[in-house]
Design a protein around this ligand. Sequence first.
Ligand SMILES: NC(=O)c1ccc[n+]([C@@H]2O[C@H](COP(=O)([O-])OP(=O)(O)OC[C@H]3O[C@@H](n4cnc5c(N)ncnc54)[C@H](O)[C@@H]3O)[C@@H](O)[C@H]2O)c1
Length: 266
Amino acid sequence: MSGELAGRTAIVTGGAQGIGAGVARALHAAGATVVIADVHVAEGGKLATALGERARFVELDVRDAGAWSRVVAQAQRAYGRVDVLVNNAGVAAIAPFAEHSEEAFRRVLDVNVMGLFHGIAAVAPAMRQVGGGSIINVGSIGAFRAYPLMTGYITSKWAVRGLTRAAALELGADGIRVNAVHPGQTETPLTDGADFDTAHVALKRVGQPADIAGAVLFLAGDGSRFVTGADLVVDGGDLAGAANWASVPDQNGEEGDRHGSVQLAA
Ligand SMILES: NC(=O)c1ccc[n+]([C@@H]2O[C@H](COP(=O)([O-])OP(=O)(O)OC[C@H]3O[C@@H](n4cnc5c(N)ncnc54)[C@H](O)[C@@H]3O)[C@@H](O)[C@H]2O)c1
C-alpha cells in the first residue's frame, strides 16, 4: 500500500461513529493500519469490515487502564508497532450548574480526561520502541471559552489542553509528539438535533467529520514533524467570531448577547 502513512499503525478511540469514524477512514485512506477502539461494538465492527484489509475493531472502554494495555499489546502482536494514537472518544452532559450531579461530572472527566491519560500512558512505551510516534488529543472550541449548561464538558476540554502540553514536554525526548485538535460545531450523532449557530462563523457552515480528519491527518504525518504541544483549532472560524461577541453592539446599541448570534446592522 502506498500513502503517507503506509506501514504505520494507528489506534482511534471513539472510532465507531462521528468524528472518530471520519478520522479512521482518513488514516486508512492514507495507508495506515487502523485499530478502531470503541464501546460501540456494532458500529465499530461494521466500519472495520467496510474498510476491510488493514482495519480491525477492538472493544475498549477508555476509562479502563487494563483494557488499554491489552489493546496496545494486541496491536503490537498483530502489526509489530503503534505509531499514532487519536484520543477522540468523548461524552457530554447537559445540565444547569445547580443540577449538574457529581456522578455526571465525574463520568465526563473520566472519559474525556482520564481516558486520554490512560491512552497516552499505554501507547508511550510502544512508541518509544519504534523511535517515536504521534498522539492527537481531541478537545473542542469549548477548551477556549465556555458554554452554559456544560460545566463538566467545558472543564474536561480545558484539561485536554493542559494534558497535551504536559505530555508533549515529557515525551518529546523520545520522539513522541503530542498535539490537540479542537473541533468546532460538527455534524455527528453527538450533536444530532443540536441547534447549530453559524451566523458568526467565518465559513458560514458547520463542520463534517472529514473536515476534522484533515487536521488529524496532518498531525499524524511527517509534515508536522516539528509540531508538538500545539492546539489546532478546526472550527471554520467559529472562535474568531465568538471572541468579538461581547464587544459588538446590537442594533439598539446594547452589548451583544454572548450566547446567541449577533445581528450586525447593514
Ligand atoms: N461534534 C461536535 O460538534 C464536537 C465539537 C467539539 C468537540 N467534539 C469532540 O469530538 C470527539 C468526538 O465527538 P463526536 O461528535 O464524534 O461524538 P459521537 O458521540 O458521535 O462519537 C463518540 C464516540 O465515542 C465513543 N465512546 C464514548 N464513550 C466511550 C468510552 N468510554 N470508551 C470508548 N469509546 C467511547 C462512542 O461510542 C462513540 O462512538 C469528542 O471528544 C467530542 O467532545 C465534538
